[in-house]
Write a protein that binds this ligand. Structure first.
Ligand code: ZN
Ligand code: ZN
Length: 408
């Protein structure tokens, strides 16, 4: 193995072998499938069962995987083949990853190379290669602060719905930084365990605002006719309340530009904002302003729905056999750890200090290309083709991100 990978492997080994490393116990480990990606061989070991958590700890110290996962599901026989495992239930999990969220940074820090034709470009990874239409890429990504903030905002909307609309308590909501550029929310509450894939899809639809009665009806052309006779109304619970508050907020602050973004041409909404808010939103007399039609309200409500929905990775939540990264273990793409923090600290928890696993020592690396970044309380970079002595955590991250090699 080349020196740089060997260096990272060494650090991962120290982490998993250090008895003072805190790895919180997984709930009911004996009923979970554990899986891990082998550091050197790069294959996934699946269907492992650990009757006791301490056995898992020793297995990690011995094998030193690059990534560790466990099933959200509980099984009678977690070490059997999938069809013989005997599914007993599963946690309800949500994954919010900057990869799936449009951001202001436009992901210019990411770079992808087509594995078929070698076409390479910066920015968001496309579905298919612009040069040859192949679909496999080598990606170089970066956990940038804007990306993480956007994931944090989406997580905040999700937590708000889980608490206020679904009625989970803060204690039910286990919130984690994923170790890369996103967040996970796990609910282990008994009430969710038996939900099947269909029921989970319903929850996904709610969170993403899909199929809201008031908005998703007949197609546009039909709507034109029926809409004149239709009344617009919103009640005070769940999404209706969310739309109302969002619309009120929008009206208070909107500029002409914002209207345009919402696809609304008519500027009537900006005149007499106070009257409109009072009569239409507060008193529910939506048709009391001549220049503001039901269509306009629908358009605005759609826009608010899109901004208030949470951009979760929908596949993760509906998959009742899903493997998810284990709390307290290292992410192979960053060397940061997945770490839990209280839901109420979402805005204040700083992954670039709180998820740092390697806190001692420095090492010399040759950095090809890195933007300015913050890690472990220090601001580092930008670097371009230069040898620098870095804290171990930063060196590990740059090597994992394939932006540096060990120097000498
Ligand atoms: Zn290509
Ligand atoms: Zn970014």
């Amino acid at each position: 193995m080349e020196a740089s990978r060997e260096f990272v492997y060494q650090k991962f080994t120290e982490y998993y072998q250090d008895p003072s490393t805190l790895i919180p116990a997984t709930t009911m480990p004996e009923q979970r499938e554990f899986a891990y990606l082998m550091f050197k061989e790069r294959f996934m070991v699946r269907h492992r069962r650990f009757a006791e958590f301490k056995n898992l700890r020793s297995a990690l110290a011995e094998t030193v995987p690059s990534d560790v996962y466990h099933s959200c599901a509980y099984y009678e026989n977690p070490d059997f083949d999938m069809d013989k495992k005997g599914w007993l239930g599963a946690d309800l999990v949500f994954d919010i990853d900057a990869d799936h969220i449009p951001t202001n940074c436009d992901k210019i820090h990411d770079e992808f190379t087509c594995t078929k034709c070698g076409f390479s470009c910066r920015g968001i990874i496309p579905e298919t290669c612009p040069a040859c239409e192949a679909t496999k890429f080598e990606a170089k990504t970066w956990p940038c602060e804007l990306c993480i903030q956007s994931a944090r905002d989406e997580t905040a909307k999700l937590l708000d719905m889980l608490e206020n609309d679904f009625g989970f308590s803060q204690d039910d909501l286990h919130v984690y930084f994923s170790g890369h550029r996103g967040y996970h929310v796990h609910i282990e509450n008994e009430a969710v365990r038996s939900l099947d894939a269909m029921a989970r899809k319903e929850i996904v639809d709610y969170v993403t605002g899909l199929g809201l009665g008031i908005l998703d009806k007949e197609p546009e052309e039909k709507r034109g006719k029926s809409v004149a006779s239709k009344k617009f109304s919103l009640h005070n619970f769940g999404w209706n309340r969310r739309l109302k508050l969002g619309m009120q907020n929008f009206l208070l602050n909107a500029t002409k530009e914002d209207l345009k973004k919402a696809g609304i041409r008519n500027n009537a909404l900006l005149k007499n904002r106070e009257t409109i808010i009072k009569r239409c939103i507060n008193e529910g007399r939506w048709e009391s302003i001549n220049d503001v039609s039901v269509q306009t309200w629908l358009k605005l409500a759609e826009y608010i729905r899109d901004s208030q929905s949470s951009k979760i990775d929908t596949v993760v939540t509906t998959d009742i056999h899903r493997l998810i990264r284990m709390n307290g273990t290292l992410h192979g793409k960053t060397g940061l750890k997945k770490v839990e923090f209280p839901a109420k600290n979402l805005q204040t928890f700083d992954p670039f200090t709180g998820a740092v696993a390697f806190k001692k020592g420095t090492t010399k690396v040759l950095v090809s290309d890195a933007p300015e970044f913050r890690l472990g309380g220090e601001t580092l970079g930008p670097y371009k083709n230069q040898t620098v002595e870095l804290p171990v955590a930063a060196a590990v991250m740059l090597i994992c991100k394939r932006r540096a090699v060990v120097a000498n």
